[in-house]
Design a binder for this molecule. Structure first.
Ligand code: HEC
Ligand code: HEC
Length: 325
């Protein structure tokens, strides 16, 4: 009896502590400084740079637009740029239901530059909620500050599209833990583009290749598996997995030349004209090939040289696994 009483007491104490820490996290996080007072004045050149980054490197427009998933790699529906609407839900393995918000003036018209900057780099929205990290603010917060300013200058030029989206719903306990995510940005300096490997690393960070091309556990990349492939994308027809993109000769892309690599991306730049159709029983690729296809050849070469500088991992990935009929 005595032991039972002690056990009961311990359970009560642990439960109370759990509850209190929940209340504490809920009340005090996300911890974020007020949005900075910024006034970003972009000239034509910075808008162009922002357009390039948002459409072809950081691929903001990939999530924040409507996609036509009846074609390979889901090209953007013309005229929907920035209107938001891509969904991340429980069927896809997400802990809740999260929509990509509208980034046209219809929704962000009354956000200050500082509020946009804070959301993109720190993960705290105008209304104070912590963004779910499918929106990769951790990576964007390490991009050079001027890149983020240029992206904001570009967003300001989007044409307003009326599209109102529901607020995100997260399941417990992620709803609580998610509030611990935001942290201050630590910007890198943009490397010299003549230093191909470093420049490639900078582009790969902005593009988020590692997020998919690694093993992932509870939303985080498993240390030591970076670029060795493995992330899974469940779909009605089966499972798609991101392949090994280290230069291992048999299980990676070690037999690809730089020219082949660049060509493979560039092949998709003609959009729907060259994209295979994706039917109900096919697997769709989440990789935004059509957007990356707009990257400059020299940037794609830098990415190749960065990948070539990494340790080769021997990890054979079965990219497409169809459900048995
Ligand atoms: C992989 C998909 C994805 C990519 C890529 C992405 N976002 Fe997001 N973004 C989201 C989602 C989903 C949310 C909503 C998160 C939430 O509210 O929890 C979001 C939220 C935001 C918000 C806050 C809007 C609001 O109403 O709260 C801004 C601003 C934003 N993104 C800008 C960007 C910019 C700029 C880029 C590129 C540098 C970018 N996003 C890249 C998916 C993405
Ligand atoms: C949203 C997830 C995602 C992102 C982001 C992503 N990829 Fe992929 N990638 C995939 C998947 C899944 C495949 C396999 C299906 C296909 O070929 O599209 C793939 C295929 C590839 C292939 C073909 C490899 C082969 O063996 O055929 C290369 C090369 C590649 N990715 C490189 C990259 C690079 C470089 C980046 C960053 C600039 C990147 N990927 C970003 C998911 C992603």
């Amino acid at each position: 009896m005595k032991y039972l009483k002690i056990l009961g007491l311990i359970i009560l104490v642990v439960a109370t502590l759990g509850l209190l820490s929940g209340v504490y996290i809920n009340a005090t996080f996300p911890k974020a400084d007020p949005a900075p007072a910024l006034s970003i004045v972009g000239n034509e050149q910075s808008v162009e740079r922002g357009r390039y980054l948002a459409n072809h490197v950081a691929a903001c427009m990939d999530c924040h637009s409507k996609r036509d998933w009846t074609f390979f790699s889901g090209p953007i529906v013309a005229g929907s740029e920035g209107s938001g609407g891509e969904i991340f839900n429980r069927e896809m393995g997400f802990p809740g239901e999260i929509f990509s918000p509208n980034l046209t003036p219809h929704h962000i018209g009354d956000w200050t530059d500082g509020e946009l900057y804070r959301a993109i780099t720190t993960g705290v929205a105008k209304d104070g909620h912590a963004l779910f990290p499918v929106m990769a603010y951790h990576r964007f917060g390490t991009m050079p500050k001027q890149d983020i300013y240029d992206i904001i200058s570009y967003l300001r030029t989007l044409k307003p599209i009326k599209n109102d989206l529901p607020a995100p719903v997260l399941d417990f306990p992620v709803s609580l833990l998610n509030k611990l995510g935001p942290k201050p940005a630590v910007h890198e300096v943009r490397p010299d583009s003549n230093n191909k490997v470093l420049y490639g690393a900078y582009l790969v960070n902005a593009a988020g290749c590692v997020d998919c091309h690694s093993k992932v556990d509870k939303g985080a990349v498993v240390k030591g598996t970076e670029f060795g492939g493995g992330m899974e994308f469940e779909q009605p027809a089966g499972i798609m997995r991101a392949p090994n993109i280290t230069m291992h000769k048999t299980s990676g892309i070690g037999n690809w030349t730089k020219e082949l690599f660049v060509e493979r991306f560039k092949a998709y730049s003609r959009g729907k004209e060259v994209l295979p159709k994706v039917g109900k029983n096919d697997l769709a690729t989440p990789m935004p090939w059509t957007m990356y296809a707009g990257m400059k050849e020299s940037d794609l070469e830098a990415i190749y040289l960065f990948l070539a500088s990494l340790n080769h991992q021997d990890n054979q990935v079965v990219t497409r696994e169809f459900n048995k009929p």
